[in-house]
Design a protein around this ligand. Structure first.
Ligand SMILES: C[S@@+](CC[C@H](N)C(=O)[O-])C[C@H]1O[C@@H](n2cnc3c(N)ncnc32)[C@H](O)[C@@H]1O
Length: 307
């Protein structure tokens, strides 16, 4: 059996160990580690071995299997394995569509007596940049609509006034408990806002002082719109109530095999309001869901009437 070595001093993972962990990860998180991911997996799990002072991945596997209750350790292991790359307003066209098309449609329906609840689910939210970007987009868009319709003599309102007549809820979930605690803290480096116009971020983020000077914190009026919770999409029950106008499930699908992707998506669309939208990441295409989802352009989909 060939062992792949990371560095001369680092731990190596043999083929058998790779297959054992691959199936453990697949069973618990649905994530499928392709052949060739051995070095990546070894490097990510080596901190668990160091934590327990274990000498090999086989020993760590035994340890996990023999724990009387291994749920916490499985969570730690999954936290090591997930890939969490994200950023504010990543794939901006989705936020533009939300602001320019979906929110005005909700507003038009509200004027005809429809619902004033806007509910969005960020289903693999990582460290929180995506759900906070959603909340900011909703506030900005409602503000714009309000300012356009406000009588000319009235001074433009503050954000809470503009959005007060709507209830906004952004549900944000992920399997990874470490990213969820970062998301809940809502503190980011100022550099992460580099692509956002200064006047926008000035409205929604507080600047750190003293030793926090290079950091920003999401303002409470944005943070209170976003609720974080752990949802493992592999679980048979998802602790969610009610339906969503939009589900963001971006840049996560690529980690699952087709069968798992379809299982998640067929279940997910049951949480969409009629004609609700699903947004995927740029590289994620699902022509096999065309029976229930109408493809719009650029990885945006709308639930069909019979969906
Ligand atoms: C690359 S991030 C995507 C972040 C964000 N949606 C974006 O596009 O910027 C993928 C996320 O999927 C999450 N994930 C992986 N498997 C999952 C599962 N079974 N259930 C829920 N989330 C999962 C990971 O923890 C990770 O944070």
């Amino acid at each position: 059996m060939q062992a792949l070595t990371l560095e001369s001093s680092a731990l190596s993972m043999n083929e058998r160990e790779f297959k054992l962990f691959r199936s453990l990860v697949h069973q618990h998180a649905g994530i499928w580690l392709r052949d060739g991911k051995q070095i990546m997996l070894a490097s990510r799990l080596s901190r668990r071995l160091r934590h327990y002072g274990l000498a090999s991945f086989a020993e760590y596997y035994e340890y996990v299997q023999n724990l009387p209750d291994n749920r916490d350790e499985i969570r730690q292991l999954i936290n090591c394995v997930t890939t969490n790359k994200t950023s504010f307003f990543r794939e901006k066209h989705h936020f533009d569509y939300l602001a320019d098309t979906i929110v005005p449609a909700i507003q038009a329906a509200a004027l005809r007596g429809g619902s004033r609840n806007i509910r969005i689910w960020s289903a693999a939210c990582s460290t929180g940049e995506e759900p906070y970007s959603i909340a900011i987009t909703l506030l900005e868009s409602l503000q714009r609509i309000y300012d356009r319709s406000a009588p000319k003599y009235k001074a433009p309102s503050t954000h809470p006034a503009a959005s007060r007549s709507y209830s906004i809820e952004v549900v944000a979930s992920d399997i990874d408990t470490a990213v969820l605690s970062t998301a809940t803290r809502a503190i980011y480096s100022q550099d992460s806002l580099a692509t956002i116009p200064r006047q926008i971020w000035g409205r929604y983020f507080l600047r750190g002082k003293d030793e926090m000077v290079r950091q920003v914190k999401v303002k409470p009026e944005v943070a209170r719109l976003v609720g974080f919770q752990r949802i493992n999409l592999m679980d048979s029950q998802w602790p969610l109530e009610g339906l969503f106008d939009v589900i963001f499930f971006r840049n996560a699908l690529i980690y699952f095999q087709r069968k798992t992707q379809e299982m998640f998506l067929r279940k997910m669309i049951r949480y969409l309001k009629p004609a609700g939208h699903l947004f995927l990441g740029n590289a994620e295409h699902i022509p096999w869901m065309n029976d229930v989802l109408m493809p719009l352009n650029r990885t945006m989909y709308r639930l069909r009437e019979n969906g």
